[in-house]
Design a binder for this molecule. Structure first.
Ligand code: ADP
Ligand code: ZN
Length: 604
């Protein structure tokens, strides 16, 4: 083993307490620790931070991390301090005295890692400071922020090319969880990383289970889902509107689920407080608009729920990716119905954007609908979208309970002709009344009870017809005209179906079943434990919560759940035994070892 490799492994084990590198970490870390440049593309939770933290420890000098996530720097630095790493940050939230103090430490070489906001970095004062210090490396986190075509463009990132110009000998590592080629190319040119080695990992998140259910009563379904499977767990619930965020949070609280709301319209301080409670306390459900989540690296988010359809697969993947960073089993759960399709299409139609932009948005929405309606493996579909081939995963709803497809050609024809016969001037409610043969004031008034299609769909329930209509709208055979009281209209794509030139196969409607509280309410990880071990975990968690509160850091900064489970499993009786547990490094052994051994001994 080379010298650098041996040092890197030593830091991993002694500081972080992990036995081995994951995936491509070893190669990346050895390259950067040896002075090379790297571009790292890894999904959330794969372990990007170690890729710069360990080289920074191995190399002489301070590792400078550029990150746009100012609100989270304090937590990152606290977590490193827990590991015995000398870290600090420079950003606009600090006082003059704090800044001067940290600058002094940088000059004296008293820091291993320094986090800097990008707008701060390009200032003359900061560049001068860096010029006076010994630098181990530059890490450019969230590197996709340099891309104007990406979704999080930050103009300050463009100026980061100054790093290469002023400090050509300092190795650089750029990291992102954004997968697409266009963004990658832009990162390379803008940051002058042409000579960097690229490390592209699989974007799969195998521990996340994907599930998309038919929307009936979304809030009620959410409550049932949480009660049956996620009681006491931390989760994020995404809603489209601010009002819905507030209503949903209130609803969950009324039903005994600890929930907080978060959206851009809230007072800044209230929002910051909510975010901090979510990070620090166990088992909080955050109900939020998509304004929430960027850079949230809480590792034990057990579920992400969507009550509204995301606009694109990119958005869906990024949001669901916030679940399960610690690698434990997690759930991405979504309710989806006809109204979602209609609402999203309307938002695109009514936006002020130019036609080209609208076309792109439409295509993204269609891809998202394709994911919702697919009868195949959700994961295969998702990865395919990012250009990655895979085979059925066994860990999504469609793999676990394959949907039944049926030849719906005749049903769809009945529906399409009814729409045609009411002159494409009526909304879904009336069309389904005619189809199912329900006499109402409206059917009488318009004499629609005389139509040849009146009652031809009486063999199916309203819910079944709504599911058929939703799929037909998602396929683009029917549109909803917002300028005309949401009237259903046929598109050109409907013609071949009406003429029996094209078959249509659809997913059979599944009545939403109320989930029972089953063993699935416990995670796979918990299922492997005996009741005694589980009791030990519960006691360890209570101890951890107390310590976290006393030190005002998030609980996971002390130990991850996986570490607590491992401790409960081996029931260590000595510090040496305890030090063998993944996640217990030297500093943590020193700080918490005695406490834990006492707690274990008391439990026997
Ligand atoms: P990312 O930044 O890629 O989203 P993180 O760097 O936050 O991911 O790492 C995700 C989690 O995985 C963290 O809790 C981290 O401690 C853990 N982790 C990273 N590398 C390893 C490893 N080699 N062994 C065990 N756990 C690891
Ligand atoms: Zn699957």
């Amino acid at each position: 083993m080379s010298d650098v490799a041996a040092k890197a492994l030593h830091e991993l084990q002694a500081v972080f307490g992990y036995p081995a590198f994951r995936g491509q970490q070893k190669k990346i870390i050895e390259l950067v620790a040896g002075g090379g440049d790297a571009l790292v593309l890894m999904p959330t939770g794969a372990g990007k931070s170690l890729c710069y933290q360990i080289p920074a420890l191995v190399r002489e000098g301070v590792g400078v991390v550029i990150s746009p996530l100012i609100a989270l720097m304090q937590d990152q630095v606290d977590a490193l301090a827990e590991l015995g790493v000398r870290a600090a940050f420079l950003n606009s939230t600090q006082t003059w005295e704090q800044t001067v103090d940290i600058e002094r430490k940088v000059r004296r070489g008293e820091l291993d890692l320094l986090y800097i906001a990008p707008e701060r970095l390009a200032t003359p004062r900061c560049l001068e400071l860096l010029g006076q210090a010994k630098l181990a490396l530059f890490a450019i986190d969230e590197a996709h922020c340099v891309s104007q075509w990406g979704h999080d463009f930050r103009p300050e990132y463009i100026r980061l090319s100054v790093l290469h110009e002023q400090f050509p000998d300092v190795p650089r590592i750029a990291l992102t969880a954004t997968a697409d080629h266009a963004t990658r190319r832009e990162i390379i040119t803008r940051l002058q990383l042409e000579n960097a080695r690229q490390f592209v990992s699989s974007f799969d998140r195998p521990n996340i289970r994907y599930r998309i259910v038919e929307k009936a009563n979304a809030r009620k379904q959410l409550l049932d889902f949480i009660r049956a499977e996620q009681e006491g767990n931390a989760g994020i619930v995404y809603c489209l509107s601010r009002r819905k965020v507030e209503e949903t949070a209130a609803f969950l609280n009324e039903h005994g689920i600890k929930a907080l709301g978060y959206h851009a319209g809230m007072d800044h301080a209230v929002r910051a407080k909510a975010q901090s409670r979510f990070l620090r306390e166990d088992g909080i459900v955050m109900v939020a608009t998509i304004a929430f989540g960027m850079g949230i690296d809480k590792p034990d988010v057990r579920f992400v729920a969507h009550l509204d359809l995301p606009k694109s697969i990119e958005g869906y993947y990024q949001e669901t990716g916030r679940a399960g960073r610690d690698g434990d089993a997690s759930e991405a759960w979504m309710t989806y119905g006809l109204q979602d399709v209609v609402q999203q299409r309307r938002m695109i139609d009514e936006s002020e954007a130019d036609d080209n932009y609208k076309r792109i948005q439409s295509a993204k929405l269609d891809a998202m609908l394709g994911l919702c309606e697919t009868a195949g493996c959700r994961r295969v579909h998702l990865l395919q979208y990012f250009g990655e081939a895979s085979s059925p995963c066994g860990n999504c709803d469609n793999c676990i309970t394959p949907p039944v497809l049926f030849d719906a050609t005749v049903d769809v024809q009945k529906l399409l002709s009814t729409i045609y016969r009411v002159d494409q001037r009526f909304g879904a409610g009336h069309v389904l009344d005619v189809l199912r043969g329900h006499v109402t004031d409206k059917t009488s008034q318009w004499r629609h009870d005389q139509l040849s299609t009146f009652g031809v769909g009486g063999d199916r329930s309203e819910a079944e017809w709504r599911a058929i209509l939703r799929q037909v709208v998602a396929m683009g055979l029917v549109t909803v005209d917002h300028d005309a009281y949401s009237a259903l209209k046929l598109t050109d794509a409907a013609k071949p179906v009406l003429r029996s030139q094209q078959q249509v196969s659809l997913r059979r409607y599944e009545k939403p079943v109320k989930q029972k509280r089953t063993s699935s309410s416990r995670s796979k990880e918990q299922d492997d434990m005996s009741p005694e071990q589980q009791a030990t975990v519960d006691r360890l968690r209570a101890w951890r919560a107390e310590r976290a509160r006393a030190q005002s850091v998030p609980a996971y900064v002390i130990f991850h759940d996986a570490t607590l489970r491992e401790i409960a499993r081996i029931q260590p009786t000595s510090l040496v035994e305890l030090s063998g547990v993944a996640g217990v490094g030297e500093k943590k052994l020193e700080t918490y070892g005695a406490d834990i051994l006492t707690l274990i001994a008391e439990g026997e």
